[in-house]
Design a protein around this ligand. Sequence first.
Ligand code: SF4
Length: 251
Amino acid sequence: MENGTIKKKAAPRRKAPARPKSLYSQDELKEIFRRFSIQRPEPKGELEHVNPFTLVVAVALSAQATDAGVNKATRALFKVADTPEKMLALGEEKVRDYIKTIGLYRNKAKNVIALGQMLVDRFGGEVPRTREELVMLPGVGRKTANVVLSMAFGEATLAVDTHIFRIANRLRLAPGKTPDEVEDRLIRIIPDEYLYHAHHWLILHGRYCCKARRPECEHCIIADLCKSPEKTCDVPAPLVELPPQLFGPTP
Ligand code: SF4
C-alpha cells in the first residue's frame, strides 16, 4: 500500500503461443507457385455469373453447396434476374423455387432478397467495392467478399475455403486453426507475383488433385516439393533444413 492506496499487482504476462511457420523456403514457395502458373496460366472460378451482382449471389449460394449444384440452379435464375431490381421484382417465393435444389435454400432465398434490397437502398443498385461494405450485405461474409473483390474487381485477395484450408494445413504451407489465420499466413508467404491467381490455383489443386479423402500424389506436380506427412507417393520431399556447410562454395 502506498499513500493509503492499494497498488494493483500487474497481471502476469502470458507468453504468446509460438506461431507455426511455413515449412517452405522462399525458393520452394516460388517453385510451387511457378508450377501452378504453368499448369493453369489463366485459372478461373467455376461459379457461373454475368456481372458482379450475380457473382455475389452465386458465391453466397455456394456456402455448403457445390459449384456445379449452384450453377445448375442459377443458370435459369440469372436469365430472369441479373440485377438487384429484377431480383426484388421476382420476389422471395419465386427465388426459392429457382434455388430449391441447393442446401439451405429457404434461408438463402431470404438473404438474396435482403441483399438486393440493401444494394438498391444503400448502394444505388451497384455492388460495393470494399470489403467493409461487402460484408454488410446479408449472407456475405469475409470469404464471399474476398471472392467478389478478386473475381469482379481484380484485387489480389485470398478467400480461404475448405480446399485452401485443407491444403494450407496438410502441406504445412500456412498452418492455422481458423480460415482467418490461414488467410493471414498465406498472404504473407505467397510470392507477390503469384498472389492474384493463388486463390484459384489452390482451390483447383485441392478439388482435382490434393483431394480431401485421398490426395492423388502420384499425379501431383509439386510432389517432389511437398512436405505433407499424408503424401501417398514415394517421391521424397526436400529436407526441411540443410545446414549451409553441406554445400560447397557457390561459384
Ligand atoms: S504430393 Fe500429395 S499431399 Fe502433397 S500436394 Fe500433392 S497431392 Fe497433396
